[in-house]
Design a protein around this ligand. Structure first.
Ligand SMILES: [Ca+2]
Ligand SMILES: [Ca+2]
Ligand SMILES: [Ca+2]
Ligand SMILES: [Ca+2]
Length: 395
């Protein structure tokens, strides 16, 4: 008798044995599976594909992230493979993960009974990407006086950068790149002080200076990046002394018998602050000349001049005889009413011409007139004549 033993092999569910990862970003080392992804990768960037190894043909597997779900999500591609991608709004910041790489833990569960699952971990390491600097700041009062020297330090420049340890090169660009300069030690200095002239700039004394900061990235992290910012720098006034004291008209020539009170010329000067008042004082020949606010002698052609300018006036007779160089160099002080007041001394010239009374002398025709001074003369009889000169007689 033959007994037939029929053995029916019943399928029973086996555990999935492994998860295989497959990524172009993967780096294998001896101990673990690791994926390196650039920081700031946008959402949807593929991190890795994975497939579940299971002897039970035809089973489906549902994979979920046990760890790493803050940064990534996982989606089914087919019944036993899935893809992990960067999640929306995930912040993948190299600098904040330097000391703590991201661990991703995947668990895949089959649809058999009982529902066995398999779990694998891997490491996501972020690689550094250069990020643009931001927030340039100028550590200063942003006020500069006019007339400062070359190299005057306006302030110190700094900026922020997400990249750790980067240094930055600052440059002045735009309208005022010839006026200001950023040094290699990050000071903003004055390059051309002649531009910082309050009176020339007025009323546009607030300058908008544009500064660029360029970073210096580590090799392989991308090109240098920059940021620009505008800074307002106010040029403030400094009182400057008047200079260039002169007469109007410039060349003054008067006869020695000019009358007392005669207005020779008006006195002026160049004062950078044109809104100020300038006071003039004669410092020499004060017995001969005075400087008056008004001209009282209408006989002078300058008497109707600029009412804001004072008059150089004859105070006593200008004797040609007493004065060998026939002119006066009058030292005048011009002082403004700025705070503090500033003064300057300058010289003006007045020429005096000789007056000869002989043309209208009463000397006799047979006498010779000689000038004594501007109003006196002597009459001397010519040879062959005698008398007092006013009347003569033949000898
Ligand atoms: Ca970076
Ligand atoms: Ca940077
Ligand atoms: Ca000034
Ligand atoms: Ca002044």
């Amino acid at each position: 008798m033959v007994n037939v033993l029929t053995v029916t092999v019943l399928d029973c569910n086996d555990r999935p044995s492994a998860i295989f990862f497959n990524s172009s970003l993967s780096v294998h080392d001896n101990t673990s599976y690791k994926v390196v992804i650039p920081e700031n990768s946008p959402s949807g960037t593929s991190l890795t594909n994975l497939s579940v190894v299971d002897e039970d043909v035809g089973q489906k597997h549902k994979c979920t992230l046990r760890e790493g779900g803050s940064y990534f999500n996982i989606n089914s591609v087919s019944k036993s493979s899935s893809e992990i991608r960067v999640k929306r709004d995930a912040i993948l910041n190299y600098e904040s993960h330097l000391a703590s790489p991201i661990t991703v833990s995947v668990e895949c569960q089959g649809n058999g009974s009982p529902p066995y699952s398999v779990q694998r971990n891997f490491i996501v390491q972020l690689s550094d990407v250069n990020e643009a600097p931001f927030d340039i700041s100028l550590n200063s009062s942003t006020v500069v006086e006019e007339n400062v020297h070359v190299g005057y330090v306006i302030g110190y420049l700094t900026c922020n950068d997400s990249d750790i340890g980067q240094s930055h090169v600052f440059t002045v660009t735009g309208n005022y790149s010839s006026v200001f300069q950023a040094t290699s030690s990050n000071y903003l200095i004055v390059k051309d002080p002649s531009f910082l002239n309050y009176e020339v700039l007025y009323p546009f004394t607030e300058l908008t200076v544009t500064i660029r900061a360029t970073d210096q990235p580590a090799n392989g992290t991308g090109p240098p990046l920059d940021v620009i910012s505008d800074f307002k720098i106010n040029v403030t006034d400094v009182n400057e002394a008047p200079d260039d004291i002169r007469l109007i008209p410039e060349n003054v020539t008067v006869p020695e018998n000019v009358s007392i009170g005669y207005c020779l010329a008006q006195v002026t000067s160049r004062n950078p602050e044109q809104w100020q008042t300038v006071a003039y004082t004669a410092l020499n020949y004060r017995d001969l000349f005075s400087i008056e606010d008004k001209c009282k002698d209408n006989s002078s052609s300058v008497s109707q001049g600029d009412s804001n300018l004072p008059y150089l006036t004859v105070k006593s007779h200008l004797s040609y005889d007493d004065y060998i160089i026939r002119g006066y160099q009058i030292l005048i002080k011009a002082e403004d009413n700025g705070i503090p007041p500033r003064a300057f001394n300058g010289t003006v010239k007045v020429h005096v011409t000789k007056v000869d009374p002989c043309p209208w002398s009463t000397c006799h025709v047979d006498a010779t007139c000689s000038r004594v001074n501007w109003q006196n003369y002597t009459c001397a009889c010519n040879d062959g004549f005698s008398g007092d000169g006013a009347s003569t007689a033949l000898k």
